[in-house]
Design a protein around this ligand. Structure first.
Ligand SMILES: [Zn+2]
Length: 173
């Protein structure tokens, strides 16, 4: 089911050796926070996400809204679209998406449409909303619930670490 060439569409595999053999949710989220830093280094806003199946990372993505001139180039949407093309329904159900920040309603809807089984995020949108006016204040869990979806939502689990990157980026000097 893993196809490294196809996964390249969703982002590069990079520094994955930093992850232990059997990463915890926290370690996966820390990896997405690293991806959010890499997004900033590339000229974008600080958001990163990855997809894992059976403990293996099958795709990674960084925000590319600025460099692509694409308001929809959120990493969670990139991965949801990629996974829906690559995997069947059972495989999607077995996927966990990790995100540095709670996915926005656009991405939440795509995660639901794709049928991804579980999502875990670092910091909640409400906390980020204290820094950024761009947050649409509809919780991921509410989108999934109102869609009568089956995706399990867990988070926030790494508020301080994820917000440190947002603080550097969004905080007025
Ligand atoms: Zn989004």
């Amino acid at each position: 089911m893993t196809d490294a060439d196809a996964a390249g569409d969703a982002g590069e595999f990079q520094d994955l050796e930093d992850l232990p053999d059997d990463p915890t949710d926290r370690e996966y989220v820390e990896r997405t926070i690293r991806l959010s830093e890499e997004a900033v280094e590339a000229g974008n806003t600080p958001f990163g996400a990855l997809l894992a199946v059976d403990g293996e990372v099958v795709g990674e993505a960084r925000n590319e809204t600025r460099t692509e001139g694409d308001v929809a180039a959120h990493p969670e949407l990139t991965l949801a679209r990629w996974a829906a093309r690559e995997f069947d329904a059972d495989e999607l159900e077995a996927c966990t998406m990790y995100a540095s920040t709670e996915p926005c309603p656009m991405c939440a809807t795509a995660i639901h449409y794709a049928g991804i089984g579980r999502i875990v995020f670092g910091v909640d949108g409400e906390t980020l909303g204290e820094l950024s006016a761009d947050v649409v204040p509809i919780p991921l869990e509410e989108v999934i619930r109102r869609a009568d979806g089956d995706t399990t939502v867990e988070g926030p689990i790494a508020v301080e670490a994820a917000m440190a990157v947002h603080d550097d980026f969004f905080r007025e000097p």
